[in-house]
Structure formats: structure tokens, C-alpha cells
Ligand binder design. Structure first.
Ligand code: FPP
Length: 241
């Protein structure tokens, strides 16, 4: 339960810099991704400790398929291994895991592990962890437009009833509130096709820290930054307080 009202209810993270972290140490890029899992674990625990209710992490974008075959295969293997390994601890911590993104294109092994993870953690309530895997925001919006159009052509929906909430209900994130805080590591200042609809009123926090170096304290720094922000949603300060 979220006790401090200044704690963001939903934090989204673009975990960037794994490759550079590894290269700086003379290691293979994949080692950076493996080390990145340690940071994911710490951020999950910190979220539970401070009462963040939703955490969304960008694990693999629709565009990441274009990376060298060995890296893509290594990442898929990492996802399968990590998911299998982490399920007992996620259950123990009462974390519910959902995967957002296209199922199509993912291999049978990955599909099996994400289905098992979702099924096993379905009734957990302390934190909802959304893992964006084979996710792209533009693709998500196009898919939503298609499904809405189909509903109209079947006569289940009329054009004048299409609203923001109808669109939101057709996105992968339909049961999750919009993020309050977005964190991107490694000094990049881009959205990279991540949650473009959902981030309309989100506070952004950028840090130079590479993802494998982003530990509990770094996460708490981002939360403290969020606490200093005044969110106006297009209004003026006097209307908020
Ligand atoms: C971006 O760094 C990172 C990724 C594309 C992969 C992130 C995945 C993990 C941390 C593993 C999470 C595991 C699970 C099961 C959710 P980059 O490779 O773009 O780094 P660079 O910009 O330095 O090259």
C-alpha cells in the first residue's frame, strides 16, 4: 500500500547503457545485460520497500531485432533463464508480472516462460511489474487503431464514442495507470518508441549512470527528484494547491 503520497505510483524505466558498461570493462555486450538483471532486482525490491505500485521496464524493443544475431539470441536466452530463476522470489515478494508487447515474433521458449510467469504471479498484489518485450509504442497505437476500426465496422462502437479512454483501453497497458515518473539511464534523452501515449504527463528523470551501475541508491535519487516536481497537468499552480 502506498503510504507517502509523494511516492510515484507508477515508475517506468528505459534501462540503457548495458553495452557501454561491458565495453568499458573490455567485456562482451551480453555481460552488460546479465549485470543489468542485478539492477532490475534491486529496483524491484526498492519499489516494494517504498510503496511504488507499478513498475514498467523496457527489456526489448520492436527495433532491437535489428541487433547482431548473437546479441538477440543471447538476450532471449537471458530472458528465459532469468524469468525461470526469478519466479519463486517474485511469488515470495507478492509481485505480479505482466508482459507488454507483441507475442508474435517471440520464440516458443520465450513464450512458454512468459506465460508461466504471468500465470504463476497472476494473483499477487504488492507490485505490478510490466516487462516490455518486443514492444514498440507506434506498433501498439497502430494495433489499437485497427482494433477500434474493426469494432466500428462490426457495429459494436460508433465513431462519436471513440474517446481517450477507448484508445487507452486498446493499449497493452489497459489495466495500468499512466506512469508518474520515467527514468532513462546512460545519458540519452530519447523515448525510443516507449509508451508514447502513456507518458503524456509523466515527469522525466535522466541520469548519466549506466544501467548496470544503477543500484538502489540511484533509484532513490530519482524518487527524490520526483518528489520535488510540481505536476500541473496543463493547469496553473493556484489551481492545483
Ligand atoms: C539497453 O542497453 C538494454 C537492453 C536492450 C536490454 C535490457 C535488458 C535487461 C537489463 C535484462 C532484463 C531481464 C528481464 C528478464 C526483464 P544497450 O544494449 O542499448 O546499451 P548501449 O546503449 O550501451 O549499447
Amino acid at each position: 500500500m502506498n503510504k507517502d503520497k509523494n511516492i510515484p505510483r507508477h515508475v517506468a524505466i528505459i534501462m540503457d547503457g548495458n553495452g557501454r558498461w561491458a565495453r568499458k570493462k573490455g567485456l562482451d555486450r551480453l555481460r552488460g545485460h546479465y549485470e543489468g538483471v542485478v539492477s532490475v532486482r534491486e529496483v524491484i525490491q526498492a519499489s516494494l520497500d517504498i510503496g511504488v505500485e507499478y513498475l514498467t521496464i523496457y527489456a526489448f524493443s520492436s527495433e532491437n531485432w535489428g541487433r547482431p544475431k548473437s546479441e538477440v539470441e543471447g538476450l532471449m536466452e537471458l530472458f528465459c533463464k532469468t524469468i525461470a530463476l526469478e519466479i519463486p522470489s517474485l511469488v515470495e515478494k507478492n509481485v505480479r508480472v505482466v508482459f507488454i508487447g507483441e507475442r508474435e515474433g517471440l520464440g516458443a521458449e520465450v513464450l512458454k516462460s512468459i506465460d508461466l510467469c504471468e500465470r504463476t504471479t497472476r494473483d499477487n498484489t504488492a507490485l505490478t511489474l510490466s516487462v516490455a518485450l518486443n514492444y514498440g509504442s507506434r506498433q501498439e497505437i497502430v494495433a489499437a487503431v485497427k482494433r477500434i476500426t474493426e469494432a466500428v465496422s462490426r457495429g459494436e462502437l460508433t465513431v462519436d464514442r471513440i474517446s481517450e479512454s477507448v484508445v487507452a483501453d486498446h493499449l497493452f497497458t489497459r489495466n495500468v495507470p499512466d506512469p508518474d515518473l520515467l527514468i532513462r539511464t546512460s545519458g540519452e534523452h530519447r523515448l525510443s518508441n516507449f509508451l508514447m501515449w502513456q507518458l503524456s504527463y509523466t515527469e522525466f528523470y535522466f541520469t548519466e549512470t549506466l544501467w548496470p551501475d544503477f543500484h538502489r541508491e540511484a533509484f532513490l535519487d530519482a524518487i527524490n527528484y520526483y518528489k520535488t516536481r510540481s505536476r500541473r497537468y496543463g493547469l496553473v499552480t493556484e489551481q492545483i494547491y
